[in-house]
Design a protein around this ligand. Structure first.
Ligand SMILES: Cc1cc2nc3c(=O)[nH]c(=O)nc-3n(C[C@H](O)[C@H](O)[C@H](O)COP(=O)(O)OP(=O)(O)OC[C@H]3O[C@@H](n4cnc5c(N)ncnc54)[C@H](O)[C@@H]3O)c2cc1C
Length: 395
């Protein structure tokens, strides 16, 4: 017998859950809503923590979703922060909350997000080696970077490049060590990647591509990053951006189907447990747009999926058909936006002028648009989105 019952249980205090709560109320749902997250903070947006917040240009409150705690009070959404959901019993339809309370639920959303990949190489125990997922990590990086002369970033994707840009803008010397030959090339290809890398280098960031980390050296505190090719780069702090993996532990323990890309959902974002949905970084869904199962770890997707799951929890029964969108900023040197994602492409069409920093790249698979990158040409993204969704031939 549960201690109490709620109509809607939202697990995880991130973008997906926060937007699901807001959409439930926006659609007039009158049932009780409980949002439980393990972080001490009310749900917040993570993009600023590698950008404005890391640079000291924005505060925590600026990132709060729905305007912070008062919204939840005013809208009758119970917000439990600093509380883990320890287990789900799908037969009894109850959740065990940290502290021992057992809550019965009608419908549930799993918005448990993702966990950073930890590098387990020699010397990984040295102080001064950071990962970045939450405000607390950004505070620790900022404090270390203040005292550091040289910071090494491991990883040539968003986190490595964004943090290098932010810390360089704060006057630190930064070096990126990456497995890929060219920055950001995994998503955008080498041509566009070279443009972004050029922006980083012009502002003083050093980029070592094609390098595999072999060890950290230190005396209790990290002093150097060593690669398999024999590079040894002295430093006083390291930030690792080696990707994330979906946090599907709760789902898995409850017996919900989980795959490599996260919690397995159908095209309506419903998991293998009826009435239990997943959204955001933890969710792998059957995309009708892409004709395959996909998993996307981006801000807009977490928001849109949280909103969509709310509608389906209320009976809309609709496929999730939003074409994924994301953005990234390298300090105030370069901003990109992208729709897709293009997993494969055989041709790139460039429009605009890369020298003036206003261009788009259309990633084509046969005659179909698989993705589109915009730097300063946002107006093209709506067209690209439509062409991806409708599979319109590109001419
Ligand atoms: C530094 C950084 C910069 C980023 N920049 C960009 C960007 O520029 N553009 C972009 O598009 N995307 C960006 N992203 C990605 C974007 O922030 C994520 O896609 C988004 O936060 C995903 O939201 P979510 O709600 O799925 O998960 P999260 O935001 O990870 O929230 C999930 C929450 O659930 C909690 N949780 C997990 N399990 C439990 C449990 N059992 N009980 C209770 N709580 C639980 C977690 O602790 C976490 O607080 C960035 C991410 C990071 C880390």
């Amino acid at each position: 017998m549960a201690d109490r019952e709620v109509d809607f249980l939202l697990v995880g205090g991130g973008m997906a859950s926060a937007h699901c709560a807001a959409e439930l109320r926006r659609r007039g749902a009158e049932g009780s809503v409980l949002l439980a997250g393990r972080e001490p903070e009310p749900p917040y947006e993570r993009p600023p923590i590698s950008k404005e917040y890391l640079r000291g240009d924005a505060g925590r409150e600026d990132a709060h979703v729905n305007g912070g705690r008062s919204w939840y009070e005013e809208n009758g959404v119970e917000l439990l922060t600093g509380k883990n959901v320890m287990g789900l019993d799908l037969e009894a339809r109850t959740a065990k909350i940290q502290g021992g309370e057992e809550v019965g639920f009608g419908k549930a959303l799993l918005g448990t997000g993702a966990m950073v990949n930890i590098l387990r190489v020699e010397g990984a125990e040295n102080e001064g080696i950071h990962y970045l997922r939450a405000f607390g990590n950004a505070d620790a990086i900022r404090a270390d970077a203040e005292a550091a002369e040289h910071v090494v970033l491991i990883g040539g994707s968003y986190i490595g490049c964004e943090v290098a840009a932010s810390l360089t803008a704060r006057g630190r010397k930064c070096t990126i060590v990456a497995m890929e030959d060219v920055a950001l090339s995994r998503t955008f290809g080498e041509d566009a990647g070279r443009w972004f890398q050029g922006q980083l280098e012009e502002h003083g960031v050093t980029f070592h591509g094609g390098e595999t980390l072999s060890a950290f050296e230190g005396d209790g505190r990290v002093r150097a990053v060593v690669t398999e090719s024999g590079l040894a780069i002295e430093c006083d702090a390291v930030v690792v951006g080696a990707g994330v993996r979906p946090d599907a532990m709760l789902a898995q323990r409850a017996g919900i189907e989980v795959g490599d890309g996260g919690i397995v959902c159908d095209s309506k974002l419903e998991t293998s447990a009826p009435g239990v949905y997943a959204a955001g970084d933890c969710c792998s869904y059957e995309s009708v747009v892409h004709g395959r199962r996909i998993h996307v770890e981006h801000w807009d997707v977490a928001m849109q999926q949280g909103i969509h799951a709310a509608a389906n929890m209320l009976g809309a029964g609709a496929d999730y058909e939003v074409v994924p969108y994301f953005f990234s900023d390298l300090a105030d040197w370069a901003s990109l936006e992208y729709v897709g994602p293009a997993y494969e492409w055989d041709r790139e069409v460039w429009r605009g002028d890369r020298d003036s920093g206003e261009f788009s790249v259309w990633y084509l698979q046969g005659d179909r648009v698989a993705g589109c990158l915009s730097v300063g040409r946002s107006e093209e993204l709506a067209e690209a989105r439509q062409m991806i969704a409708e599979r319109t031939p590109f001419d």
